[in-house]
Design a protein around this ligand. Structure first.
Ligand code: 5AD
Ligand code: SF4
Length: 451
């Protein structure tokens, strides 16, 4: 699908009226800067505004009353636009918003958004939420970002492993991420629909299923109690030997899901649980809804019920404002957790996301240097994790022929690729493999017996 580049964005009109002090004038400029990448252009005419913001002042009672009379005027423009099939979002920012909060909406129900001075950076998120609530989409406002938001599309239905999408969209609004805008609100398929698909795949010989979702552990579909309930239900399907799920958010990691890792035999001891950064200052600026400590507690809980669980993560270096000390906190978190595998990225400003408009962007050379250090540490951990498998006997699901004649490839419970000699007709069966060698991205071994 062709997507509009930023220059071709459909232009929308932004009306901002500023009351009061110099501070408010500055804040109005910042809000304008935040909204420009979303395609908003300033207008002096409130009648044509797609978004009208009153940046208010509370210094005197009269100033607040002026706001209410201005809101009455905007309400009439909004009604006119609604009748013409158009829309207008009305936002109240500034000190009246801070002081009176929801009281404003009670007095003037046409107001969609109230934002205190601490919330300006979340304006794109808040506007997206209003559009979601009213059923209007803003998805087209953003560049498609194949790198970060694409779910694997290839369904390897001829093989013995398959992906099943159970959830789409994201309600988390990390400030660096386009997914909540491009993919929209969280949506969960029903457990019946998912189980039907899983049964059909199992009947075709699929033995391992990976449940997919942008925020998969926030799954809340009908017919099962959360992702843990869904996993328990799918584990009972005849032929399904292994289950995995990805990608999860730490704040949606329920105690029940953690328990499932101990209780459900088919649920593999591997979890991709992105943390992004190790500094609480940065996590807060990312709007991640978890702290370093709460993340580490989850890891501790997981390891207490499933000591061998392999952990994987996503990391971003060079988020705006990241200091050497913040980056060091990410390294120390990685040392504390010890990952089996990981994905790491230099922060890249996505137009229209709040973080792109933050001050103190980190220069490219610093980002590159930090990424190198981070990856060196993660690669060493992955090598250590793979090395520790040497001498062990691991159950491997045989998937497909390898590059060498007579060689087959499968995966360990920890998602490591394993090479070994076996007949091609073993695909789909479980074998026990003695691991003899570890490489950077795979293991090699010998089949000892059929598991
Ligand atoms: N810059 C860098 N990395 C990003 N990711 C998402 N958005 C950005 C961005 N703007 C990374 C996150 C996420 C993974 C899928 O992509 O680490 O977990
Ligand atoms: Fe993006 Fe994941 Fe954050 Fe959702 S939880 S906003 S998909 S990084």
């Amino acid at each position: 699908m062709a997507c509009p580049s930023m220059n071709e964005l459909p232009s929308k009109r932004l009306f901002i009226k500023t009351f009061g002090c110099q501070m408010n004038v500055y804040d109005s400029e910042r809000m304008t800067d935040l909204l420009t990448p979303l395609g908003y252009r300033l207008t002096d005419n409130p009648a044509e505004a797609d978004l009208a913001v009153l940046n208010t002042c509370h210094i005197r009672d009269k100033a607040a009353e002026k706001v209410y009379s201005e809101l009455g005027r905007l309400r009439r423009f909004k009604d006119d636009r609604n009748q013409a099939g158009e829309s207008m979002v009305i936002a109240v920012a500034g000190c009246v918003a801070q002081a009176e909060g929801m009281e404003i909406q009670r007095r003037q129900p046409a107001v969609d958004l109230i934002l205190g001075p601490q919330a300006y950076h979340r304006l794109p998120e808040l506007i997206a939420r209003v559009h979601r609530a009213t059923g209007r989409l803003v998805a087209a406002d953003f560049e498609a970002e194949a790198k970060f938001d694409a779910l694997p599309q290839v369904r390897n239905v001829k093989g013995v492993t398959a992906f099943v999408t159970v959830q789409e969209g994201c309600d988390r609004f990390c400030t660096f991420c386009v997914v909540p805008y491009t993919r929209g609100a969280e949506f969960s398929r029903s457990a019946d629909a998912i189980e039907g698909e899983v049964r059909a795949l199992a009947a075709r010989g699929v033995r391992e299923i990976t449940l997919l979702g942008q925020n998969v552990n926030a799954w809340r579909g009908a017919g099962a109690d959360g992702l843990a309930g869904l996993v328990r239900r799918l584990a009972r399907v005849e032929g399904v030997e292994r289950l995995r799920y990805t990608t999860s958010h730490p704040a949606d990691m329920s105690e029940d899901l953690i328990a499932a890792h101990a209780e459900v035999e088919a649920l593999m001891p591997y979890l991709h649980l992105p943390v992004q950064a190790g500094s609480n200052v940065i996590l807060r600026a990312m709007n991640r809804a978890h702290t370093r400590e709460s993340y580490l507690r989850i890891i501790e809980r997981l390891r207490s019920v499933r000591p061998d669980i392999a952990l994987s993560g996503d990391f971003i270096v060079g988020f705006p404002g990241e200091t050497d000390a913040d980056f060091e906190a990410t390294l120390s978190l990685i040392r504390e957790v010890s990952y089996a595998s990981a994905f790491s990225f230099k922060y890249s400003p996505r137009p229209g996301t709040p973080a792109a408009a933050l001050p103190r962007q980190v220069d490219e050379a610093t980002k590159s240097a930090r990424l190198r250090m981070l990856q060196e540490l993660l690669n060493a951990q992955q090598a250590a994790f793979n090395g520790a498998a040497v001498g062990r006997v691991l159950p491997v699901l045989v998937e497909r022929p390898g590059r060498e004649p007579g060689q087959m490839i499968g995966r360990s419970p920890y998602l490591q690729a394993v090479h070994f000699d076996a007949a091609a007709d073993r695909a789909g069966s479980m074998v026990s493999v003695t691991i003899e060698a570890a490489h950077a991205n795979s293991l090699a071994g010998r089949v000892v017996e059929s598991a």
